[in-house]
Ligand binder design. Structure first.
Ligand SMILES: Cc1cc2nc3c(=O)[nH]c(=O)nc-3n(C[C@H](O)[C@H](O)[C@H](O)COP(=O)(O)OP(=O)(O)OC[C@H]3O[C@@H](n4cnc5c(N)ncnc54)[C@H](O)[C@@H]3O)c2cc1C
Length: 413
């Protein structure tokens, strides 16, 4: 077995669900005999933003403030691991990357956990906490002023946002328009989607199914407060004062383009959201980069895998596979050929774990009191038990408590 204490550099880009899970698991190895291991966590934001809590943060400013956790609290104060607040500009080859602040980083292993973003205001675009809270606050103020609100997209996010807006502002007309024939992802049972329609009705949301709204091409991130008339595929017109888009997800992967040009091949899928191609081991789907892993929303695993809790599980799988490669001594001989700037080449890789999408569960709060659930194939759509379970397991803090454990150095500014 290779010397575990040797110097090894692991860079993790993106400190949200997938990246934080990977960074934590790998950093913890340095307390278990892997003394030369150094983890560098890079994120364009100063704070982790608990996206899962956005539906509640939108209508509750105290809760919104709690959903930002400073990355400065991620590693213990005396740790040799580091956080860098910058944006990944370019992955240069199998061992080097460049950040927007000009720093060049060497890595033996790289985790790209950069996720994606939606065009509408459901993804906070600001990179700092104060600006992020201002952004959410502007939208909340817009909702307070509005007579009517249009939510586009009836996946879990659209359903939760519509439910919380309607329950908080019962005097507003809230409409949820969805292109599919039923709400929520189609891998869940019909009872769950029917329950969601019924419970949205109870809080006053008007649900329109089988209707695709035509969105203007210039519908920018902050262009959603103000009167708009959008037209649906049926020809119906939807007039609203605030529009919230829960559609149009795009992957953050621009930093791979120069490398793709260099190797003369694509590492991502051009159509749709632009997912980065991976193998079941979560390695980049290329023999040239066995040391680069892509867990979470950014990869091309099925849409049924695009959840925070699954991103976190994938971060864990990526970390376990990196540990296996470290144990096998892989990085000691993977020198990216004669020139350290050249692109890498394939070496013996130990058998790695494959990520397996075994769990299908969904908990969808609809305002503070109602909700629908599916767990272990049991659907609780219209029932009171669904409301009870969602309240107990999610609605209170949208599972923020689970994230706080990741930040040993809390509280920080
Ligand atoms: C409103 C909302 C509600 C949701 N509710 C739920 C829910 O209830 N349950 C659930 O399981 N899932 C939910 N999801 C989905 C869940 O949030 C995503 O699946 C999850 O965020 C994906 O995690 P990730 O780590 O892959 O990527 P992300 O969370 O997208 O994180 C990517 C990180 O990378 C950073 N980054 C991106 N590009 C760069 C770059 N070039 N350089 C440096 N840093 C970069 C970003 O700043 C960010 O911190 C919800 C999503 C939204 C938007």
């Amino acid at each position: 077995m290779a010397d575990k204490g040797r110097d090894i550099s692991v860079v993790v880009v993106g400190g949200s669900y997938a990246g934080a899970a990977a960074a934590r698991k790998i950093a913890d190895l340095s307390k278990k005999g892997y003394g030369g291991l150094k983890v560098t966590l890079v994120d364009q934001r100063t704070h982790y933003v608990h996206a899962i809590g956005f539906p509640k943060a939108l209508v509750d400013d105290k809760f919104a403030s709690k959903t930002f956790l400073s990355f400065s609290g991620f590693f213990e104060p005396d740790s040799k691991h580091q956080f860098i607040n910058s944006r990944l500009r370019e992955v240069k080859d199998a061992h080097h990357l460049e950040l927007e602040n000009g720093e060049q980083l060497y890595f033996d292993y790289l985790v790209l956990a950069t996720g994606g973003k939606a065009p509408g205001p459901i993804n906070v675009s600001a990179t700092g906490k104060d600006e992020g809270l201002e952004e959410i606050g502007r939208l909340r103020a817009g909702l307070e002023e509005a007579n009517s609100v249009l939510v586009v997209g009836g996946g879990a996010v659209g359903v939760e946002v519509a439910g919380f807006v309607a329950a908080t502002f019962p005097d507003k007309k809230v409409t949820l328009v969805h292109s599919g024939k039923r709400l929520l992802p189609s891998n869940f049972r019909e009872g769950v989607s029917n329950g969601a329609v019924a419970k949205l009705g109870q809080v006053g949301v008007n649900v329109v199914l089988n209707e695709r709204v035509d969105l203007p091409a210039d519908f920018g991130h902050n262009a959603h407060i103000g009167r708009q008339v959008l037209v649906g595929s049926s020809g119906a017109e939807y007039e609203s004062d605030v529009q919230i888009l829960a559609v149009g997800f795009k992957v953050n992967s621009e930093f791979l383009r120069p490398l793709e040009t260099k190797i003369g091949g694509l590492l991502h899928i051009e159509d749709g959201p632009g997912f980065i191609r991976v193998r079941p081991t979560l390695q980049l789907d290329s023999d040239m980069f066995p040391n680069i892993f892509v867990p979470g929303d950014a990869n091309n695993l099925p849409m049924t895998a695009k959840y925070g809790f699954k991103a976190e599980m994938q971060g864990g799988t990526a970390a376990s596979n990196i540990k296996k490669m470290i144990d096998s001594g892989f990085d000691m001989s993977f020198t990216s050929s004669e020139d350290s700037n050249a692109i890498g080449h394939v070496l013996d890789i130990p058998p790695l774990g494959k990520w397996c999408d075994l769990v299908d569960a969904i908990l969808v709060p609809i305002g503070p009191n109602l909700g629908v659930v599916q767990m272990l194939k049991v659907a609780l759509g219209g029932s009171g038990m669904g409301n009870f379970l969602v309240r107990q397991l999610k609605t209170k803090d949208f599972m923020l408590w689970l994230r706080k454990g990741m930040y040993p150095n809390r509280p920080t500014a």
